[in-house]
Design a protein around this ligand. Structure first.
Ligand SMILES: Nc1ncnc2c1ncn2[C@@H]1O[C@H](COP(=O)(O)OP(=O)(O)O)[C@@H](O)[C@H]1O
Ligand SMILES: Cc1cn([C@H]2C[C@H](O)[C@@H](COP(=O)(O)O)O2)c(=O)[nH]c1=O
Ligand SMILES: [Zn+2]
Length: 207
């Protein structure tokens, strides 16, 4: 899916950093793809470190875990700046659930790449409303490589780009799995949003 050029160890290694973004809806295979790229770098005996936001405790306190139970050891960090302190000298830096980080993640990734690291960032491009999520759009702008992966729409089987939230919560951050979210294509996402709005109007009128 992605051919990795080698990270050099020579004199000009610092000139060889870059940023890759893997984005898409929930269940689209972002974490699987991140783990795949990181494992290949490990096989190539590169120095790899992986980070995730400390608030993402869904499957495991420390590991990055995909929906089909692939996993890789990671370091949870409360803020993006901490990655800069911990990732010094790495050939490859992986970051999962990037949408939950503050905007300073963009500068952190740029600095790491400028220092010579290959930075692979995975995250949701859109939130439950279909709006760009956190630092993801800016990361996509500064990245050399952007890969958008797709899930399967649970309503009709088409490719899915949206994460439909079944719960009523309007909070931007609501951790969850298939209990709370469904991967949906555009028409099925719009249908769901319309149904939600109708349901809301009818329940408001009842009170
Ligand atoms: N609607 C769906 N479409 C595609 N894959 C799904 C769906 N629901 C569950 N899965 C599972 O999710 C896996 C991808 O998980 P993961 O890499 O954690 O995705 P992401 O990080 O994008 O949420 C797939 O290999 C598949 O086993
Ligand atoms: C759409 C959306 C999702 N979330 C949460 C739900 C999950 O805990 C993660 C996404 O995980 P995945 O690896 O991409 O499946 O994000 C949220 O908090 N707010 C949202 O709008
Ligand atoms: Zn659909």
């Amino acid at each position: 899916m992605f051919i990795e050029p080698r990270v050099g160890n020579g004199r000009d290694a610092a000139r060889r950093g870059w940023i890759e973004v893997v984005c898409g809806s929930m269940f689209s295979g972002k974490t699987e793809e991140l783990i795949r790229r990181l494992n290949r770098a490990k096989i190539a005996r590169q120095h790899v470190e992986i980070f995730k936001p400390a608030l993402d405790t869904r499957y495991h306190q420390e590991d990055v875990v995909s929906h089909n139970a692939n996993s890789i050891r990671s370091t949870p960090v409360p803020v993006a700046q901490e990655i800069l302190l911990l990732a010094g000298g790495c050939d490859v830096v992986g970051i999962d659930e990037a949408q939950f980080f503050d905007d300073s993640l963009v500068d952190v990734c740029v600095q790491l790449a400028n220092r010579g690291s290959r930075v692979i960032v995975a995250g949701l491009d859109m939130d439950f409303l279909g709006k760009p999520f956190g630092p993801m759009p800016a990361l996509m702008a500064v990245a050399e490589y952007v890969t958008k992966v797709h899930a399967v729409c649970v309503c009709c089987g088409e490719i899915a780009s949206y994460s439909f939230r079944m719960a009523a919560s309007e909070d931007k951050i609501l951790l969850g799995e298939t209990d709370v979210y469904e991967a949906r294509c555009r028409p099925c996402f719009l249908d769901g949003m319309q149904d939600k709005a109708l349901h809301e109007t009818s329940t408001t009128h009842k009170h």
